[in-house]
Ligand binder design. Structure first.
Ligand code: ADP
Length: 720
């Protein structure tokens, strides 16, 4: 069954999930993530580009301004160099120069002051009166120019002036070209600084000078003091190294800056241009802000659209869920119905299965029934092909293998028979049973068969085959012949009985007459002859009596019988018969054998049958032993009759008591032993047999001494 619970609790399911918002968030996430990634990427790239651009810009600024400063310095130097030759011979005539130099100072504001030292380093002239008589003998510029060199000191703090300054110095030549002193000029740094200020760029950007150790040589816009502060954070070290470069470093204010620097040629000064990193990447920030702004607008639009769609989708899903739930309810109902149907179906299947099983059993039963039928049965379809065959059929024709599906008339040669085929065709055509009452087959010329053909109909009453029954009627035929013979024998026995009566009566007269004659005669020889005749007459009489006793059909009459006497009498009668001539008869009869209650004639007939069979089994002579005894601890007597005849083959042992079973062909009826068995059983006794072929046979009869409720004899009467 389908589990429908998940869909049933719609409320809790969707509400806990807050489906709309989840859906919206999901859509936003889906669309915004690439956007954010793009933003980060753009930001990063932009920052890189702008940084690069700022670097380039700074470097260009520094380079350009370095050129300007250099040019300005060159210009000053050139200008200054033009004052090296004076029209005086010694410094004592210096006063002549004063108006010129003062004029220069006034007209060239970039010069702060001039001073001239004598060759001993003592300042002998200065446009700054405070410098008079001060010594510059140890100053490098003095020392260099004393030697005839032009010297640029770079910016340094002058303890003579008590302020930073830049000194240009050169030797002062008199009109004869001799060095008479050193001429030096201090540049107006303010003028220089103003130049730098003019070159400034940006809000936080600035331009300043540092020396090789990074010490500020010019004031900075943001408060860096020349010759007091350094242009970098001391922890990080001086970044202004080499001829030029661009770096990011922390400056003297502790701010991260982009910095470009370049050495001003022929000096120890670097022109430095810096801009705060923050300011440098300001365009990035602006761009970021714009992008974020656009992003937020876009985000809200997207969120709005997404919410709108999600709500629509959610309401659609809700509707869908409702419908689905209804459909599922319906499905569940259907599923329950289906379950019920399934159960019903399973029951039906079970019933069908048990029916099929019953059918199978019935089929098996029918097949076994057919198999167990004594007539041979073979099923044929309308083309005459074999569909089924039973065991008897195979046994009758000794055909262990018969192939189903093959043609009956062509696969077994002796059924390739016109008469049979005709009967088969007639059965199919007429739909009525056909019979061939008696027929021999090519392979069985001495046997007779009866063929019965029955049509087999299907449900629509159409013929679908023929069932063919075969009986081997040879035995029946023989039996009938036997019966005829038996009838004949029975009639003969009746005749013999009449004849015996006819003979017996005159014989009794003859016997009485002969006895009388023998008594009367005196002649001994005559008496002897009469007695011999009498003996023969007695033999004839006994023979006839025996015949009468054997053949007379009489109702059973139980009397007390002396079995030993009966055996003696019967053997005495039979011993005169020709078949007993070569037989030696031995009797071991128990002297104290009790009398038994039995029908005399029946027991006699039993004994006679068995004695005759024994004699017949010994045609060339042998021994017939008869032993009687009382069975110990039981009220039974036993008679054993053994011969040394041909014996009975084991396969015949269980057939000899069957009526009409005989191995004696026309000389036997096959009834003797079957009648004997029925007589003995009628007395409550039993007959058994043991036999070895070639050695002999022993029949053993046991009989009860008494017959409860039977016996009509008078007290004391003993028969036989
Ligand atoms: P029948 O004597 O007419 O054949 P029975 O019923 O008396 O009929 O005997 C049946 C068969 O039993 C005989 O044909 C014979 O084959 C066999 N039989 C009976 N007694 C003996 C015997 N003593 N020795 C050998 N075969 C015997």
């Amino acid at each position: 069954m389908i589990n429908l619970n998940l869909f049933k609790s719609k409320k809790s399911y969707f509400h806990t999930l807050s489906f709309t918002w989840k859906n919206t968030l999901f859509s936003l996430l889906l669309f915004v993530t690439p956007f954010i990634l793009l933003l980060i990427f753009l930001n990063f790239s932009l920052a890189r580009i702008i940084k690069h651009q700022s670097f380039n810009q700074l470097a260009t600024i520094v380079e350009e301004n370095t050129k300007i400063i250099n040019l300005a310095l060159n210009d000053r130097e050139m200008d200054f160099r033009s004052y090296r030759q004076v029209e005086i011979t010694s410094l004592k005539e210096l006063d002549q120069l004063r108006p010129t130099l003062e004029q220069i100072i006034r007209s060239k504001p970039w010069y702060d002051l001039f001073f001239i030292s004598n060759l001993d380093g003592l300042i002998v002239f200065s446009t700054e009166p405070s410098l008079f008589n001060k010594s510059v003998a140890s100053r490098p510029y003095f020392l260099a120019s004393r030697q005839g060199q032009f010297y640029n000191s770079g910016i340094f703090y002058s303890d003579l002036l008590n302020r930073p300054t830049l000194v240009l110095s050169q030797p002062l030549h008199n009109r004869l070209g001799e060095i008479i002193g050193v001429l030096a000029v201090c540049l107006n740094l303010q003028y220089f600084y103003n130049l730098l200020f003019d070159l400034r760029i940006g809000e936080t950007s600035e331009l300043f000078l540092v020396n090789e150790s990074g010490l500020l040589l010019s004031p900075t816009k943001l408060g860096g003091r020349p010759l007091l502060d350094y242009g970098f954070d001391k922890k990080e070290g001086n970044p202004h190294l080499g001829e030029k470069g661009v770096v990011i470093h922390i400056d003297y204010r502790g701010q991260k800056v982009l910095c470009a620097y370049q050495r001003i040629p022929r000096t120890n000064m670097f022109l430095v241009s810096e801009v705060d990193l923050k300011e440098a990447i300001l365009p990035v920030r602006r761009a970021n802000r714009i992008i974020v702004f656009i992003f937020i607008i876009f985000f809200f639009i997207l969120a709005g659209i997404s919410i709108f769609h999600s709500q629509r989708t959610t309401s659609l899903i809700h509707k869908l869920t409702d419908n689905l739930r209804l459909a599922l309810d319906e499905a569940e109902k259907k599923s329950q119905e289906l379950d019920a149907l399934n159960i019903e179906l399973a029951r039906k299947v079970k019933e069908t299965q048990s029916l099929a099983e019953e059918l199978r059993l019935s089929k098996e039963y029918i097949l076994q029934l057919i198999d167990s039928l004594s007539p041979g049965v073979i099923g044929l379809d309308i083309q005459g092909r074999i569909t089924h065959v039973n065991r008897s059929f195979r046994e009758i024709f000794n055909l262990p293998e018969i192939s189903i599906g093959e043609s009956f008339f062509y696969s077994i040669p002796w059924f390739n028979d016109k008469e049979l085929e005709l009967a088969f065709e007639n059965t199919i055509l007429t739909g009525k049973p056909q019979q061939i009452a008696r027929k021999t087959l090519t392979n069985y010329p001495e046997e007779f068969f009866r063929f019965s053909l029955f049509p087999i109909f299907n449900g629509q009453n159409q013929i679908q085959g023929v069932s063919l029954l075969v009986e081997n009627i040879t035995e029946k035929e023989k039996l009938q012949q036997k019966l005829a013979e038996y009838e004949k024998l029975s009639a003969l026995s009746q005749l013999a009985l009449g004849a015996a009566h006819e003979i017996n009566n005159p014989l009794q007269g003859i016997s009485s007459y002969l006895e009388m004659l023998a008594e009367r005669t005196e002649d001994e020889k005559e008496k002897e002859e009469i007695n011999l005749v009498l003996e023969n007459v007695t033999r004839i009489s006994e023979t006839i009596r025996g015949l009468l006793n054997f053949a007379r059909p009489s109702p059973p009459q139980f009397t007390k019988i002396n079995l030993n006497l009966l055996i003696e009498e019967t053997l005495s009668f039979l011993s005169h018969q020709p078949i007993f001539r070569k037989v030696k008869i031995t009797k071991t009869l128990a002297p104290s054998l009790p009398l038994i209650t039995a029908d005399l004639n029946q027991i006699r007939q039993v004994l006679t049958n068995i004695f005759i069979n024994a004699a017949q089994a010994m045609p060339d002579g042998g021994e017939l032993k008869v032993v009687t005894s009382k069975i110990k601890f039981r009220d039974y007597v036993q008679i054993e009759i053994a011969d040394t005849g041909c014996g009975i083959p084991p396969e015949n042992l269980n057939k000899i008591f069957d009526p009409f079973f005989t191995t004696k062909k026309s000389q036997g009826t096959g009834l003797g032993l079957s009648i004997s068995l029925s007589y003995i059983r009628n007395h409550g006794g039993e007959i058994s047999v043991q036999s070895t072929v070639g050695q002999g046979t022993t029949f053993s009869i046991i009989l009860p001494i008494r017959q409860a409720g039977r016996g009509t004899f008078q007290e004391g009467e003993i028969i036989s």
